[in-house]
Write a protein that binds this ligand. Structure first.
Ligand code: HEC
Ligand code: HEC
Length: 288
């Protein structure tokens, strides 16, 4: 009797184990199919120049757009959220052609053709061709620092959410990125400011800077357009240079990002940025 019971128990347990394995297999297959479902953009063909001016431009872009924040101060790669180890960008740029780099940077598709989850390509989608080329040239010529081996982990819960259609990845999110408004005359303060804001501030302040992101957010980053309605230029400059806001309270993340990244903006860039953000704020006041 007991023996029979045990035998049936084992069969039932075996059934559960098989079902669990099938489910895990399905989650992997369905998520992989989705990750690989994104069409590649046209092959990037801009000329890569390695003259001093291009390399300096690339260095400025890497510093102000914060590649080092996630890829390590010397681009050596770093663990992120216990999920992935970001790749070493100096070796990556040596091992991959400019088209592969551009597809990752602006389109969120990695060298294996899979959509990426955490690399913030929405923030780089609007980078101009010559700036993508300058970044690539700079990274290719940057010294290769020793770092941890890159890994592309994705927790099972995220895979499951992707398999079930409850979560998505960068190339899908990019579809809701708004177009730029002022680039038909790119060399005006408004257009230059828009270019800066929509390739830097949108990383945290939202796709259109209004605390809007297509995924679940922690709700801690304010609507930048609303904030700017009450920001005189002097206070804005101090925030960007020293991380100190109106009223002097400690901003933590914004403080770090200002002192780590935005100190590298030139005076002209800061004034262009102010022109654009102030214009957005004034227009929003007129037509909220
Ligand atoms: C907020 C963090 C973050 C920032 C900022 C960031 N990256 Fe990444 N990047 C990642 C992560 C994480 C990955 C690994 C893929 C993933 O999990 O999405 C990655 C992957 C990459 C890859 C590899 C794609 C592949 O083929 O595997 C390249 C190239 C890259 N990043 C370039 C850049 C450049 C250039 C910058 C700055 C302009 C930058 N990243 C800024 C997080 C970031
Ligand atoms: C890495 C994320 C991150 C990036 C990138 C970022 N911000 Fe912020 N910012 C924050 C967070 C978080 C806060 C809220 C801080 C708080 O209230 O504690 C904030 C707050 C602000 C504020 C309000 C400060 C106040 O007085 O309360 C302004 C203005 C601002 N950011 C401007 C900018 C501009 C301009 C850019 C682009 C050049 C930018 N931020 C890019 C994270 C970021």
């Amino acid at each position: 009797m007991a023996g029979k019971f045990l035998r049936w128990g084992a069969v039932a347990l075996g059934g559960v184990a098989v079902a669990a394995l099938l489910f895990v297999g399905w989650v992997y297959a369905a998520s992989e199919m989705h990750l690989r479902s994104f069409a590649s953009p046209p092959v990037f063909g801009a000329e890569i120049a390695s003259d001093a001016a291009s390399l300096a431009r690339g260095e400025h872009l890497a510093a102000t757009r914060g590649c080092g924040g996630c890829h390590g101060a010397q681009f050596e790669g770093a663990p992120m959220w216990g999920m992935v180890v970001t790749p070493n960008l100096a070796s990556y740029a040596r091992d991959h052609d400019a088209a592969t780099f551009e597809r990752a940077l602006r389109h969120g598709i990695d060298a294996q053709g899979r959509g990426m989850y955490s690399m913030p390509s929405f923030n780089f989608r609007h980078l101009r061709d010559e700036d993508v080329a300058a970044l690539y040239a700079y990274l290719r010529n940057a010294p290769v620092a020793e770092g941890p081996a890159p890994s592309s982990g994705m927790p099972f819960q995220i895979r499951m959410a992707i398999a079930m259609g409850d979560d998505d990845v960068m190339p899908a999110w990019l579809a809701s990125l708004p177009a730029l408004e002022h680039q038909s005359a790119p060399d005006t303060p408004l257009a230059r400011g828009e270019y800066l804001a929509m390739t830097s501030c949108n990383e945290c302040h939202g796709f259109s800077l209004r605390a809007d992101v297509p995924w679940e957010s922690d709700g801690r980053t304010p609507d930048l357009v609303a904030m700017m309605a009450a920001y005189p230029e002097e206070d804005f400059r101090r925030l960007m240079r020293e991380g100190v806001p109106i009223g002097g309270r400690d901003l933590e993340l914004m403080d770090d990002v200002a002192r780590g990244r935005f100190v590298h903006f030139s005076d002209e860039e800061l004034s262009d940025l102010y022109v654009y953000l102030n214009d957005r704020a004034q227009r929003a006041l007129e037509a909220p």
